[in-house]
Design a protein around this ligand. Structure first.
Ligand code: NAD
Length: 459
């Protein structure tokens, strides 16, 4: 695993070896041997499944589209992770994302392993009928390795509830008589999906930020004031201050995060910029987020790109270049688009003091180290964006029980789960020299190592 995620996993493993909580019952060479075994397990995926989906297009052409399912680790339960439809998907990227799923589930104690899927295509290049066929073929080609107790996909970039409904229906046809409802999550509510699943990731992203900067800081202000940790001072300095927010990505995650911020009464927030694949929309006085969401819902998902469209949306703002959202002079930057958005070439132009990762791995390893040293507080992906998989777990449970929760129950369970994780991680983070990302990775790896050891898998 020669990726940035792989490197951070390795660093976390090294830190774990020094940690007295890592297999305290063992000593010396035996402990070292267990550590070597753990490293070998976590640094390679269990399976990489790859295929070419053969599709007859409506114009008569026949194409073969590369598709992947990577199953990284199933120590905690069936593999779990989204399926991405995007033209830049590749095996390394899918593997990287599968590793993050293993760690995310371990961190939040969700009883799933880590997997991820990908198909190399731009969904906008295909008709609805062709996309339906692609979804069916994906399930046909990978049906042996998928299933409610084996590997449970969900939506990711380029896929949504429509695709999950199609895929679950195909799974049901291929495996009649099996408990098919739990084979895919992120389905439409009418088709066995959970209330609140679509909003879960964006709500969770905002919750992680609000909990850290409001609830936790208020409850622990005296202790934080006595800490020499630079991030404790940042958190205190931002307490109850008016904050400006910029959000990269205005899809499923970014638009919900923006809406949560817009309606938040605990923090004095102003969302001054949002962006998507085309533009940044900016107003230093604050944007009308509900009006933008309404516009996007009627424009195939895109933000206004001209004065004319801004007027049509009823939104006062200016249009900037797509990348400008990253370097605006704001307090908080939410990254909710794709990987590698802050990198070596733009890392020194970032002005936000707090970054929240709604997307997976949106900051490269080098940029992460640079920002961390500069004192920028980063709420990492596996902590912030777990709302989707937490509510996917609730959807899977509801499918098994054929009993469904109300929206309020779902949000309550989601916030309690995230609160539990943050109450474990934040005291460590504000009290030790590791970054919040390192703390989360170490906690996840510690959990996996304990279970692997108990299961007799380390030798
Ligand atoms: P989406 O497809 O709904 O939205 C993606 C958004 O990013 C769109 O607004 C798109 O226009 C924009 N975008 C694309 N390329 C861009 C670019 N180069 N610059 C700026 N914006 C760009 O996807 P989503 O479901 O919102 O997922 C966003 C990120 O969050 C992904 O990294 C995904 O893996 C991660 N994530 C999603 C979920 C979930 O439940 N949807 C869960 C965990 C993590």
């Amino acid at each position: 695993m020669a990726s940035q995620t792989g490197q951070i996993v390795q660093e976390s493993l090294n830190a774990l070896m020094q940690d007295e909580l890592f297999l305290p019952e063992l000593q010396g060479l035996t402990r070292k041997q267990m550590f070597t075994s753990l490293t070998a397990i976590l640094s390679t995926p269990n399976h990489i499944h790859k295929s070419f989906l053969r599709i007859s297009l409506e114009d008569g052409r026949v194409v073969r589209i590369p598709a992947f399912r990577v199953q990284h680790n199933d120590t905690l339960g069936p593999y779990k992770g989204g399926i991405r439809f995007h033209e830049s998907v590749n095996e390394d990227e899918v593997t990287n994302l599968a590793v993050l799923m293993t760690l995310k589930n371990a961190l939040h104690e969700v009883p799933f392993g880590g997997g991820k899927g990908g198909v190399i295509l731009n969904p906008r290049d295909f008709t609805e009928k062709e996309l339906h066929l692609i979804c069916k073929k994906y399930v046909q080609y990978f049906s042996d390795v998928l299933g409610p107790d084996k590997d449970i996909p969900a939506p990711d970039v380029g896929t949504g509830e429509r695709e999950m409904d199609w895929m679950m229906a195909e799974y049901k046809s291929i495996r009649p008589g099996t408990p098919y409802r739990g084979s895919f999550t992120g389905k439409s509510v009418v088709n066995g999906g959970s209330l609140g699943r679509r909003e879960a990731t964006g709500k969770g992203v905002y919750f992680s930020f609000r909990y850290l900067l409001h609830d936790f800081v208020h409850e622990h202000s005296r202790w934080l004031a006595g800490s020499k940790n630079v991030f404790a001072q940042t958190a205190l300095a931002y307490r109850d201050q008016p904050l400006t927010l910029a959000i990269q990505g205005f899809g499923n995650v970014g638009s919900v995060t923006a809406n949560e911020a817009y309606h938040c009464t605990q923090l004095n927030n102003k969302v001054v910029a949002v962006s998507d694949r085309n533009v940044t929309v900016f107003n230093p006085e604050g944007l009308d987020i509900p009006a933008l969401i309404d516009f996007v819902s009627k424009s195939a998902g895109d933000l206004p790109v001209s004065e004319e469209e801004l007027t049509k949306a009823g939104v006062k703002a200016s249009i900037l270049d797509r990348e400008e959202v990253l370097t605006l002079d704001v307090d908080v930057l939410f990254l909710a688009a794709l990987e590698d958005q802050i990198h070596d070439r733009n890392k020194d132009q970032i002005k936000a003091n707090i970054i929240v990762e709604g997307a997976n791995a949106p900051i490269t390893g080098e940029a992460d180290r640079y920002l961390n040293e500069k004192g920028v507080m980063i709420i990492p992906d596996i902590l912030a964006n777990a709302g989707g998989v937490i509510v996917s777990y609730l959807e899977w449970l509801q499918g098994r029980e054929t009993q469904f929760y109300s929206e309020n129950e779902v949000y309550h369970l989601l916030s309690e789960k995230m609160k539990g994780t943050m109450n474990t991680i934040l005291p460590q983070f504000f009290g030790d020299p590791y970054s919040l990302r390192q703390n989360c990775y170490i906690q996840a790896v510690l959990k996996l190592s304990t279970i692997l050891y108990r299961q007799g898998k380390l030798y």
